[in-house]
Design a protein around this ligand. Sequence first.
Ligand code: FES
Length: 152
Amino acid sequence: EKVPLKLEVNGVKHKLSVEPRTTLLDLLREQLHLTGTKKGCDYGQCGACTVHVDGNRINSCLTLAVMQEGRKITTIEGLANGDNLHPMQEAFLKHDGFQCGYCTPGQIMSAVACIREGHANSEGEIREFMSGNICRCGAYSNIVAAIQEVKN
Ligand code: FES
């Protein structure tokens, strides 16, 4: 049986009806058609599904949609300001912080959180904070460079 759910996604308020077992990831992708957030592993191991909830990063595959009542969600679609990319998106482009791009939305959402939460003070700190975001193409050093540029 579905239950009512109110939340805000990228500044848009939604009144939804969801199955209690639906994850936030599936809600975003399947009900709201925000497919920028990716499903890699669906069990908390890869970081492709990273979004922000009230400004804090989470793995949306590990979170039930019904737990988000009243919260503000930001996905990769909500990061740019109109036609202007977010500085972290610009930095990923400049430093080639991706190859295939599948992990990139999650990487960028974590990278923004890395700076906001104060974990970008050294390369080691950045690598530690970003360690939950797996990149099979191995773009890690370019990702670190992008974060360092935005931090400085
Ligand atoms: Fe959520 Fe992999 S899809 S961590």
